[in-house]
Ligand binder design. Structure first.
Ligand SMILES: Cc1ncc(C[n+]2csc(CCOP(=O)(O)OP(=O)(O)O)c2C)c(N)n1
Ligand SMILES: [Mg+2]
Length: 892
């Protein structure tokens, strides 16, 4: 803070600099900014050619991007808008304070909205257009922790009752409450996008904006000027997802996308960059990525001071001040600011000489000045050719005074004492007396007050209220029996993988008259892995610019065809980005009223394991569609090793309540699951989405053995009963996915070598069986005098004789979690442990899930039941070639 500022590099004369500046001014005046920019660009090139080493910087000075002379007129009634905003501030604060008075530690945030109120209010009064019959509307991602402000506004709008506000964070109260953050699952008529897991919404917003273009380019929706707005915290930008896709946005020229970053310079614990400048850091990142950056740093009160600063001293001083100092300065007294900021140079002091200390203290930051914010938004909305980011400087906890303004603890401030409440009330002119205000009542002016009338009129002019979620798509009508029938027939002995079978279905679905155009295949650079390259040619890869080059393989049948109306979203190596596309496509039934059906196929290990939080957000959003975990199974993906071989995802899918997870073995199973899924989601409007694992192991696909559709969907069915119905030794074998074939082989070994008659079941979904089991248990507990419900597993196995043995390519937990609804003890085999770079046979030996281990496990269970001698076991271990002293795969 105490560096002496010099403006004379290498002894250059003031007058010389002045001349250069004056001539630029005159160009600006006579020929405009474009010519001035051209001259500067030429100068830069000239300097470089002449050996002048100009340091690279993507930064502009620490000043507002839009100069006052280019600011548009503010179109609103600024005084009324200020009063409305003050009321919202009060009610937002009241929600949190009241909630915490009733229930200590119920939480909530005051400071985030306090800093962002102007950023939102300018949007609500002038920019955010609602979704209407005629216009699709703008899409707004609200910063999660600012939710009290959105609720408080909806309260003034008459959309949320005082009782609901009273029950902020108390959703289970009679009459209902409000969820802490934006959760469409919890408030499906209000919130559209879950944003509170920080970093997700910026990435989702980018892909949403790109998906909007995709829908337009494919003729699924009209071309409009609808915008996607994403409001982020500056601390949030540290999440890798936040900035991870910004180059996609510029590459795709997404001028329908606007980021507003609330730069209050603070996060939860303290400053975002105490020793640096987060705004400058973000500016260079975004400018470097090709975004239009608009900095809104200083409020109107600063304009005359800058005008007096003909030497550029002030801007230089601002550029040298670190955020830690700024955090202190903005909440300090005028005298302090004069001494510590302007006092570093007598010439700076002179600039503010006419201003009394009180005026110095009141110099607003840009993000708190509606005129500056309006100018930035207007420029962003009008900007063409690339996305815009607005970096708005604000104060965290603005208006809280001693209760937290700009303090490091402010993020978690939830309580104000009486004096602090009175001060806040006075500062924002809330019409409550000294006694009433300490009760922190909600305050809504009369319906016919100027404030309410204005607020309603503004929203009416913008098409209605925001946020608001509604489902505008019409249900599908066809049943698609014909589409899926052929896959019930089997492959006639031809060896195909379930992935190939799925791709065959996808190809057919793409041709369907009803759903063909709605299918959105999404792939993160793995189409060839899954044998999908034929689709490149038939439906094309989406590219907003078509194909500007002749592809190297143009003479081949399956050339790499990019097209403006291409249907495949080939996202490149980004599972997170692909998932964001999945979310955009799978929620279009609400966002756009379009039933797009996404099929996102990826390396299964890089799904739930890598991007689980996006999947959780998709669930919250009631996203529809199909996630396909390709190359799935710990022992079915050979060669790749421990980072690729997935024995986890069906476990990781368990916690997602509305996700239906299937591990099918055969083509007909997949056909049944997908057909039923489309019906549930797009015809019946169920809020579910699917996870289906598909494998790359080729084998003959059998025909569907009778009508087992219901069993497939419920999670299990008897695929191949034992031949010998009179055998003394019996078993039930449960297999899933590619491991089902091991169970079928074990069935033969057991029958021919050990006289054991085994039925083989295909368990298509342990998750479905588990959910059904716990649902029955719960119902029975709550209804003791009614007829008990019987879990589906129990029903299936009611008359099934013999010992029970299960094997899957996933952790043993899966079968174990349903064993309690089985009639007897279950032996579970699975693939707990790290994978190996090996072939399938060796892997199944290593993980002890092949037909030999299934046979041994069955014999062992029979031995435990006293049905066979120990010697049979000893001999079997030898005969089956099992190494009993091999390492334990679970821990090696
Ligand atoms: C992924 C994730 N990590 C951590 C948190 C917890 N958290 C909530 S708000 C917050 C600080 C937010 O700071 P900033 O993004 O600057 O927003 P501000 O409130 O300052 O506007 C943190 C760490 C979260 N919500 N999400
Ligand atoms: Mg912040």
């Amino acid at each position: 803070m105490d560096n002496e500022i010099s403006t004379q590099p290498h002894g250059m004369e003031d007058v010389e600099i002045q001349e250069w500046l004056e001539s630029l001014d005159s160009v600006l005046e006579s020929s405009g900014p474009e010519v001035a920019a051209e001259i500067l660009e030429r100068l830069r090139a000239h300097a470089t050619v002449n050996g002048i080493d100009l340091p690279f910087t993507a930064n502009t000075p620490y000043a507002n991007t839009i100069p006052p002379r280019l600011e548009p007129l503010f179109p609103g009634d600024q005084e009324l808008e200020r009063r409305i905003k003050s009321l919202i501030r009060w009610n937002a604060l009241a929600m949190v304070v009241r909630a915490n008075r009733v229930e200590h530690n119920i939480g909530g945030h005051i400071s985030t909205y306090a800093s962002a109120a102007t950023l939102y209010e300018v949007g609500f009064n002038h920019f955010f257009r609602a979704r209407t019959e005629e216009f699709e509307g703008d899409t707004v991602y609200f910063q999660g922790h600012a939710s009290p402000g959105m609720y408080a506004r909806a309260f003034l709008e008459g959309r949320i009752s005082a009782q609901k506000l009273e029950n902020f964070r108390r959703e289970l109260k009679p009459g209902g409450g409000l969820s802490s953050y934006p959760h469409p699952w919890l408030m499906p008529d209000f919130w559209e996008f879950p944003t509170v897991s920080m970093g997700l919404s910026p990435l989702m917003a980018i892909y949403q904006a790109r998906f909007n273009r995709y829908l337009e380019d494919r003729g699924l929706k009209p071309v409009t000027d609808a915008k996607v707005w994403a409001f982020l915290g500056d601390g949030e930008t540290d999440e890798p997802e936040s900035l991870g896709a910004i180059t996609l946005a510029s590459r795709e020229h997404l001028d329908n996308l606007i980021f507003v970053i609330n730069c209050n310079l603070q996060r939860l614990d303290g400053p975002v960059r105490g020793n640096g400048q987060i705004i400058q850091e973000l500016e260079s990142a975004f400018r470097g990525a090709g975004w239009n950056v608009i900095k809104v740093l200083w409020g109107s009160e600063w304009d005359p001071i800058f005008e007096r600063d003909t030497e550029g001293l002030l801007i230089k001083r601002m550029g040298q001040t670190v955020d830690g100092d700024y955090q202190k300065l903005v909440v300090s007294s005028g005298a302090y600011v004069r001494e510590h900021f302007f006092g570093s140079d007598p010439r700076l002091l002179q600039l503010v000489e006419p201003l009394p200390d009180e005026a110095l203290r009141r110099l607003r930051l840009g993000g708190h000045d509606p005129r500056k914010v309006y100018a930035a938004y207007k420029a962003a909305v009008d900007h063409r050719g690339c996305p815009t980011v607005i970096l708005a400087r604000t104060i965290k906890g603005y208006g809280l005074g001693e209760a937290g303004e700009g303090k490091n603890v402010t993020h978690q401030q939830k309580k104000l004492n009486e004096d602090e409440l009175r001060e806040f009330r006075s500062r924002f002119g809330i019409p409550l007396n000294d006694v009433d205000c300490i009760e922190v009542p909600f305050y809504r002016p009369a319906e016919d007050s100027a404030e309410i009338q204005y607020l309603r009129a503004r929203r009416e002019a913008l098409g209605g209220y925001v946020p608001k979620r509604s489902i505008r798509s019409k249900p599908l009508v066809a049943d698609h029996d014909d589409l899926f029938k052929e896959f019930h027939e089997g492959s006639d002995g031809r060896e195909v993988s379930t992935t190939m079978a799925f791709v065959g279905m996808l190809r057919k679905m793409l041709k369907d008259p009803e759903i063909g155009k709605l299918i959105v295949p999404i792939v993160p650079d793995e189409a060839r892995t899954f044998g999908m390259e034929s689709l490149f040619r038939t439906v094309g890869i989406y590219s907003s610019v078509g194909q500007r080059y002749e592809p190297v393989d143009v003479n081949t049948l399956l050339y790499y065809k990019e097209a403006k109306d291409g249907q495949i979203l080939e996202e490149g190596i980004t599972e997170a980005g692909s998932m964001a596309s999945f979310i955009a496509a799978g929620s279009a039934f609400a966002t756009h009223g379009i039933n797009t059906i996404p099929f996102f196929i990826y390396y299964s290990m890089f799904g739930f394991q890598r991007i689980a939080d996006f999947i959780w957000a998709a669930a919250d959003m009631r996203t529809r569609g199909f996630l396909l975990g390709g190359t799935a199974g710990r022992t079915t993906l050979s060669g790749e090793g421990l980072q690729h071989q997935d024995g986890n995802s069906h476990i990781l899918a368990l916690p997602v309540p509305n996700n239906k997870a299937y591990d099918p073995a055969f083509a007909f199973e997949i056909a049944v699951i997908i057909q039923d899924g489309i019906r549930r989601m797009y015809k019946d409007g169920e809020n579910v989405f699917y996870y289906i694992t598909v494998m790359n192991e080729p084998y003959a696909m059998p025909p569907m053995p009778g009508d087992v559709k219901d069993g497939i969907l419920q999670g299990m069915y008897r695929f191949r009963p034992a031949v010998n119905t009179k055998a003394k030794l019996c078993a039930q074998l449960f297999g899933s996915g590619a491991i089902l074939n091991e169970a079928l082989r074990a069935q033969e070994i057991l029958e021919t070598k050990y006289g054991v008659a085994a039925d083989v079941w295909s368990v298509t979904s342990y998750k479905e069986l588990y959910k059904n089991g716990i649902e029955c248990e719960r119902w029975n507990r709550l209804h003791p005098s009614e007829k008990a419900r019987v879990p589906y597993v129990t029903k299936c196995l009611a008359d099934a004789p013999g010992v029970l043995v299960a094997a899957s390519d996933y952790l043993k937990t899966l079968p174990n979690m349903i064993s309690k609804w089985m009639p007897r003890r279950l032996a579970a085999l699975g693939t707990d442990g790290f994978g190996r770079s090996e072939g399938r046979a060796a892997l199944r030996d290593f993980f002890e899930v092949d037909s030999r281990f299934l046979t041994l496990a069955t014999l062992h269970e029979l031995f435990v039941d006293g049905k066979i001698e120990r010697s049979v076991l000893d001999k079997a271990i030898k005969d089956l070639g099992i190494n009993a002293d091999k390492p334990n795969p679970a821990i090696s």
